[in-house]
Design a binder for this molecule. Structure first.
Ligand code: ATP
Ligand code: MG
Length: 651
């Protein structure tokens, strides 16, 4: 099966995705990367190119060899030694940038803190020393289960400073999810907080952690940050207050010189397609790629105020809050809470308050903003913004244009960044000062990245649809799945007999060489012998003025093999009706063709999402097929599934 999309009709000219957008002259003139020759330079000698990028970092010892490639196992910068925490902190202090603001932290309840690189350096040194005093050694795993507070960043950098391997577990996860990740990684230390704030209420993190800790034999100590002040039980001998340990900790803890291939972290994937995988990343190649891509893709300059809205519990937070921006000495905003607390303009208020220049967020958030209406961003001054980014899912062209016009005021380029926990850093996106943008397309692979679209046989498809593959090793590639080498080979290297990396995403390439993501390969629908992409049908639905969001799945159909069922969320102020259902079905037929016309439309207030905000189509399929639900541990809201199931059964 090749996920080839249907040919478009003559309606094409009216589609958003057929429009193109150019960066402004001002943006182009000042961009970090202005010269398209960078692509050729990288092509000419990829290893030399990455060798050059790695020199952006400070190394204790240079590498002997750029790449050692024993497919599917890569080693980058072999023999080199460096420390990630040193590159994010000490290096800036040495360059006399200690007074530069690293973080403007905004609590959901209105608390705020301004932290310089010097401030964070002091905290991290003490924290590293405290970890050591609790017996944490190089190579030990440390689990971090915190809200979006500065201590989450300190804890990660304190681990990398002493060579401990962090595994951050998103603070919204349940006790079971935390327990499973701790046990899988065999973590020795857990760092958590008394609680956090979410939508105005207190989240009882320590209580949840205590439940998990009943069944985590490897954990010897627990460090607890006081965030909310809510009463918590402290188990003597095991639990320690962060602020107590800090009081007595030495002011300096030397960074551990790490081998380029020493582990930096383990991070579990979002669980959109199944049971999460513990992705392993190492130090030198990862840091090189996140440092370089931050500079290229976000066009980061010393006077920028960068805001990545992801949680540090996801790879986006690891790469584009902590290691990428901080190794570049960036000034960032970090926000603890929800985008709609106390009102639906909280993001825009934050941008206005801190004069954010670069905003990096997710399509799921953008679609929520569209649903809420333009009055919210209009109520704030967004004129500081100069660049926008998205990550996480395909962005519907309609949402892209909404973001471009209503948030960027048609002035800011958008970088639609395709990458994965596995890739560690951004792989396919535009260079904002060079690339012509097409709404809904992540554009092209970055310099130094070789990606192709392959068919079932592993042959390259120059124009048309197929499976995305990264065809040569890249510095920040995963080094495996923790404790499960077999799953590593099976998941990523089985499709083409070990020859090529299988990303799991359906993609097409247009005549200009632009990549368009069509959805997960597992989600692609087969209707009357034709492959139809979830992304295209969903975008056609979102293109209708009534629709805010949709999720489509293929269900077994006696005649067509599969028929399309669409779950649709209407924008505020619209009501479900048989007429609306007809109108939407016809809209899809008109935009894509009658083959893609949904058999059934189910209006709903919500669709199931992972805790990172991605639509879980596999659960919708389970409902539509009347099957038992698959892995639900990463589901954000179990209530959504229960009410959908009830609704579906009624229909
Ligand atoms: P799991 O692997 O456990 O199912 P996941 O794939 O959702 O979870 P992540 O690593 O967080 O875990 O997500 C990577 C995936 O997100 C990509 O494979 C792709 O499907 C999707 N994705 C990310 N960015 C984009 C983008 N810009 N355009 C299209 N899809 C994207
Ligand atoms: Mg994945």
């Amino acid at each position: 099966m090749n996920p080839v999309s249907q040919p478009k009709t003559q309606m094409d000219d009216l589609l958003y995705e057929s429009r193109t957008f150019e960066p402004s002259e001002i943006f182009k003139t000042h961009a970090n990367i202005k010269d398209p020759a960078i692509y050729e330079q990288a092509n000419k000698d990829r290893l030399k190119f990455w060798d050059h990028c790695a020199r952006r970092l400070e190394w204790y010892k240079p590498w002997d060899r750029v790449l050692q490639w024993d497919k599917p196992f890569a080693k980058w910068f072999v023999g080199g030694k460096l420390n990630a925490s040193y590159n994010c902190l000490d290096r800036h202090i040495k360059a006399r940038l200690g007074k530069r603001v690293a973080l403007f932290w905004e609590g959901e309840n209105g608390d705020s803190k301004t932290l310089t690189y010097q401030d964070i350096y002091e905290q991290v040194n003490k924290m590293s020393a405290a970890f050591k005093s609790l017996g944490v050694k190089k190579g030990d795993r440390v689990a971090i289960y915190l809200p979006m507070i500065p201590e989450a960043v300190f804890a990660m950098l304190a681990c990398s400073r002493i060579g401990a391997v962090h595994t951050v577990v998103f603070g919204g996860f349940s006790a079971e999810a935390l327990r499973d990740r701790i046990n899988d990684a065999q973590a020795k230390l857990l760092i958590t907080a008394d609680g956090g704030y979410r939508r105005g209420s207190m989240v009882a993190l320590k209580i949840t952690a205590d439940t998990a800790l009943e069944e985590t034999p490897t954990i010897k100590n627990v460090m607890v940050v006081q965030r909310t002040g809510q009463g918590v039980a402290m188990k003597s001998g095991r639990d320690h207050w962060w602020h107590d340990l800090i009081k007595t900790a030495p002011a300096y803890c030397p960074p551990e010189p790490m081998d380029a291939e020493d582990l930096l972290f383990i991070l579990y994937t979002s669980g959109t397609t199944g049971k999460p995988k513990g992705i392993v990343h190492t130090t030198g190649g990862y840091l090189t790629a996140v440092n370089t891509t931050t500079y290229w893709v976000f066009d980061l300059k010393p006077n920028d105020i960068f805001w990545c809205t992801a949680d540090v519990g996801w790879v986006t937070g690891h790469s584009y809050i902590v290691y990428g921006p901080m190794s570049n000495g960036a000034t960032q905003v970090m926000y603890e809470g929800a985008p709609d607390f106390p009102e639906r303009n909280r993001f825009w208020k934050i941008i206005e308050k801190y004069k954010v220049t670069i905003l990096y967020t997710a399509p799921t958030a953008i679609r929520a903003f569209m649903k809420w209406g333009t009055q919210w961003p209009q109520s704030c001054n967004l004129s500081s913004l100069r660049l926008l980014g998205t990550v996480g899912e395909p962005i519907n062209p309609q949402a892209w244009v909404w973001y471009y016009e209503n948030i960027g005021h048609s002035r800011c380029p958008i970088v639609d960044t395709w990458w994965q926990t596995e890739t560690g850093s951004i792989m396919i996106t535009s260079l904002p000062g060079i690339t012509t943008m097409k709404p809904g397309s992540a554009t092209k692979p970055l310099p130094g990245i070789e990606a192709e679209i392959l068919n079932e046989e592993g042959e390259i498809i120059k124009e048309g649809g197929g499976f995305l593959s990264i065809t040569s090793p890249w510095p920040s590639m995963l080094r495996g799945i923790w404790d499960d080498p077999q799953r590593y080979s099976q998941t990523y290297w089985n499709k083409w007999q070990g020859q090529n990396y299988f990303a799991g995403d359906g993609t097409k390439r247009d005549k200009d060489g632009y990549f368009w993501f069509l959805g997960r390969v597992d989600d692609i629908m087969l209707v009357a012998g034709h492959n139809i992409s979830t992304a295209e049908v969903e975008s056609a639905l979102v293109d209708h003025p009534m629709v805010a969001e949709s999720a489509v799945v293929g269900v077994t159909d006696e005649i067509k093999g599969q028929a399309i069922v669409a779950f649709v969320i209407l924008k505020d102020g619209n009501k479900p009706s048989p007429q609306a259902e007809e109108a939407l079905k016809n809209h899809v037929a008109q935009k894509i063709g009658s083959l893609a016309k949904p058999k059934q439309i189910i209006f709903t207030a919500d669709v199931p999402k992972t805790r990172s905000g991605k639509i879980m189509r596999r659960l919708l399929r389970d409902i539509a097929e009347g099957r038992a639900l698959g892995d639900v541990t990463t589901l954000a809201d179990a209530g959504v599934i229960a009410s959908l199931k009830q609704k579906y059964d009624e229909v």
